[in-house]
Write a protein that binds this ligand. Structure first.
Ligand code: NAD
Length: 370
């Protein structure tokens, strides 16, 4: 069995497996081929990969020889046939790309589609990467913000604590709450899932409830789309909180759908000058009226950062955690003897498989194509 690690596209800093992690595979007799300079931006040299038992090869050689190819983003080579691929391919936003992989008879596993069950937690790439995003969102905001986060009472006068508003208390939102609280801010939180209220409060933040949210109990823990009536009611309530907020971190997402627009133009222009918005949902449309993905905009003294790739700003830790997720997933599909063992009865194997046997096999992605 040979596993290949590809170098990611130019905009990415992370790598699927760091050198230390490859040792787990080579110790089991699995050959690991790493593309030249694959770990460079995550501060891991080719020499380190060699030290831990991997072999450095050209991209073509990796693609040719590997039974399993690891790459965070879908490889755009167009030359990959009859391989197993593992990454974060966002198939609900890239169904035609998935179709191409299917046509080339690749078996593709997208770890962002793993069911969010207890057994899947150790492979949950959305959690490991969102956790970083929530942490970095607050640090990034604190850097741009021209005032203090904590409260100070000094001989030179008093400083009030920063008011942070967090929209969406999933993995990123909860980490953003914890980080903002550690910096001494006062935190308010909105989410449509009442289940998160206790977690929010246990982190020391205020949970703002808006009644009438759509029932998401059958959506595997995710949010569902809300009625226009609810969104209007929610916006009115958010407007009250935003008028007092210095920092807004927006993380609200609905799998496979455009992110809900929660912060309108009118709300933003009413904010105090110098305030900062970090929109983590930027890649799926953003939660604010001004969000532009991968751009920072200043509107009437308010800075709006659209960045869904904050995990990539910590490439070393992000790759370490991602790699551990991947190793845990590999254990599901490789036997103790080091052979491929695809158990289609396993809900995690089935749930994350997008293409197999020349077809798109994931029901949600299939539905998108038809
Ligand atoms: P996400 O990134 O899909 O969304 C972020 C948050 O935005 C969610 O909390 C969502 O409820 C919220 N949201 C959506 N629309 C909103 C709106 N209109 N207004 C306000 N908030 C809105 O979420 P995620 O971090 O991927 O977590 C999704 C679920 O998965 C959660 O229930 C989480 O607890 C669960 N989870 C399970 C596991 C596991 O057991 N393996 C691991 C991590 C997360």
């Amino acid at each position: 069995m040979t596993i290949g690690i590809l170098r990611e596209p130019a905009f990415e800093t992370r790598v699927s497996l760091l050198p230390e992690a490859t040792a787990t595979l080579t110790k089991r007799g699995i050959t690991v081929f790493t593309e030249q300079a694959a770990g460079e931006k995550a501060f891991s040299s080719d020499e380190e990969y060699i030290k831990f038992g991997a072999q450095i090869r050209s991209r073509d050689e990796v693609i040719q020889a590997a039974d399993i190819i690891l790459s965070i983003h879908p490889p755009a080579d167009g030359t990959i046939n009859s391989k197993i691929l593992i990454g974060i391919y966002q198939p609900l936003f890239a169904a035609p790309v998935m179709y191409e992989f299917a046509q080339r008879r690749n078996t593709l596993f997208s770890l962002d589609m793993l069911p969010r069950t207890t057994r899947a937690q150790s492979m949950d790439v959305l959690s490991s990467q969102s956790n970083i995003a929530g942490y970095k969102a607050v640090l990034h905001a604190s850097n741009i913000y021209s005032r203090y986060f904590p409260m100070f009472m000094t001989a030179a006068g008093s400083i009030a604590p920063a008011k942070v508003l967090i929209l969406g208390a999933g993995v990123a939102g909860l980490q953003a709450i914890a980080t903002a609280k550690r910096l001494g801010a006062v935190v308010e939180v909105f989410d449509t899932r009442p289940a998160v209220k206790e977690e929010v409060m246990s982190l020391g933040a205020k949970f703002v409830e808006v009644e009438g949210a759509a029932d998401a109990s059958k959506a595997g823990g995710y949010a569902v789309e809300q009625t226009e009536e609810f969104l209007q009611k929610q916006k009115a309530r958010i407007a009250e909180s935003i008028a007092k907020a210095d920092i807004v971190i927006t993380t609200a997402q609905i799998p496979g759908k455009k992110a809900p627009l929660l912060v309108t133009e009118e709300m933003i222009v009413q904010m105090r000058k110098g305030s900062v918005i970090i929109d983590i949902a930027a890649a799926t449309g953003g939660n604010t009226a001004f969000t532009k993905n991968n751009e920072t905009i200043v509107k009437d003294g308010i800075t709006i950062v659209g960045n869904s790739a904050l995990a990539a700003s910590m490439p070393s830790d992000a790759s370490k955690l991602y790699g551990k997720n991947v190793l845990n997933f590999l254990q599901l599909i490789i036997s103790k003897e080091g052979n491929l063992n695809l158990n289609w009865e396993d809900d995690l194997v089935k749930g994350s498989c997008i293409t197999h046997n020349g077809e798109i096999v994931h029901e949600l992605v299939k539905a998108l194509m038809s």
